[in-house]
Design a protein around this ligand. Structure first.
Ligand SMILES: NC(=O)c1ccc[n+]([C@@H]2O[C@H](COP(=O)([O-])OP(=O)(O)OC[C@H]3O[C@@H](n4cnc5c(N)ncnc54)[C@H](O)[C@@H]3O)[C@@H](O)[C@H]2O)c1
Length: 241
């Protein structure tokens, strides 16, 4: 058995119907794991080892019901997420501010809480949260989204400390510009795509598989000594001025 063999293991993946979450779920299935997907959209994966729950990460009662029904949970990927309202922060309605905070940040908290309680008795587990380059590098008109992603980086470190004595590692991955359902409309515009590619040292957009590869490492025992870390997967975007 090698480090990438997930036979006999079960992982929960939120946001599993599209983009990064879907790619993480597919990579885990390929590695022999069982995957429990949670998404507000219906299932987009047809695999005998995949079970789908149509639910929102904001619904604590439903999330707890789902996680309590899984016999054993070895790892969790929190990939469900939404973009915010593209306005200056001083024009945001309270509800526009709260949407990305509620789904991205509180959703990550809610699912992690429910899953951690199941992992703690077995004294092992892996949690990977999806943050963003927008947790530390900003543009105008993204206050709610950026705050939710900065919050995820802080939450990751705080969770890592609380869970370290229980043998559970918690890390986050910060993707850069990635071609997914969330960004398709922008990046299908050749001008926007070119402008974005020009900002990326690697010279190309990220694909969901680029992010899933890093997540797979963080879910594996190769990363057992890493916890509380935010790993950039952005083609080098964050290292330039
Ligand atoms: N695409 C990018 O450029 C990029 C960059 C950095 C970070 N991210 C982050 O990656 C994560 C995945 O996004 P993506 O780009 O794959 O987008 P996506 O839209 O392709 O996938 C997001 C999935 O989350 C689901 N979802 C939304 N709200 C939900 C809720 N309340 N409960 C359960 N599921 C819900 C959606 O239905 C969708 O299937 C998000 O957290 C996003 O912020 C994306």
């Amino acid at each position: 058995m090698n480090n990438w063999d997930n036979n006999g293991k079960t992982f929960v993946v939120t946001g599993s119907s599209s983009g990064i979450g879907k790619s993480c779920a597919e990579s885990l299935l390929k590695s022999g794991a069982k995957v429990i997907g949670i998404d507000v959209s219906g299932s987009a994966i047809d695999d005998p080892s995949y079970t789908h729950h149509t639910a929102s990460v904001t619904d604590e009662e439903e999330i707890t019901k789902i996680t309590d029904s899984i016999p054993q949970i070895d790892g969790l990927v929190n990939a469900a997420g939404i973009w915010g309202s593209g306005k200056p922060f001083y024009e945001l309605e309270a509800s526009e501010w709260e949407r990305p905070i509620s789904v991205n940040l509180t959703g990550t908290f809610t699912v992690s809480k429910a899953v951690s309680r199941r992992m703690i008795p077995s004294k092992k587990g892996k949690i990977v949260n999806i943050s963003c380059i927008r947790s530390s590098i900003f543009r105008n008109n993204m206050a709610g989204y950026a705050a939710s992603k900065g919050g995820i980086v802080s939450l990751t470190s705080a969770m890592a400390l609380d869970l370290a004595p229980h043998g559970i590692q918690v890390n986050s991955v910060a993707p850069g510009f990635t071609y997914t359902g969330m960004t398709k409309a922008s990046f299908d515009n050749p001008e926007v795509r070119k402008q974005s590619e020009n900002l990326i040292p690697a010279g190309r957009l990220g694909m969901p598989e680029d992010i899933a590869g890093v997540v797979m490492f963080l879910l594996s025992d190769l990363s057992d000594y890493m916890t509380g870390t935010n790993v950039y997967a952005d083609g080098g975007y964050h290292i330039q001025k």
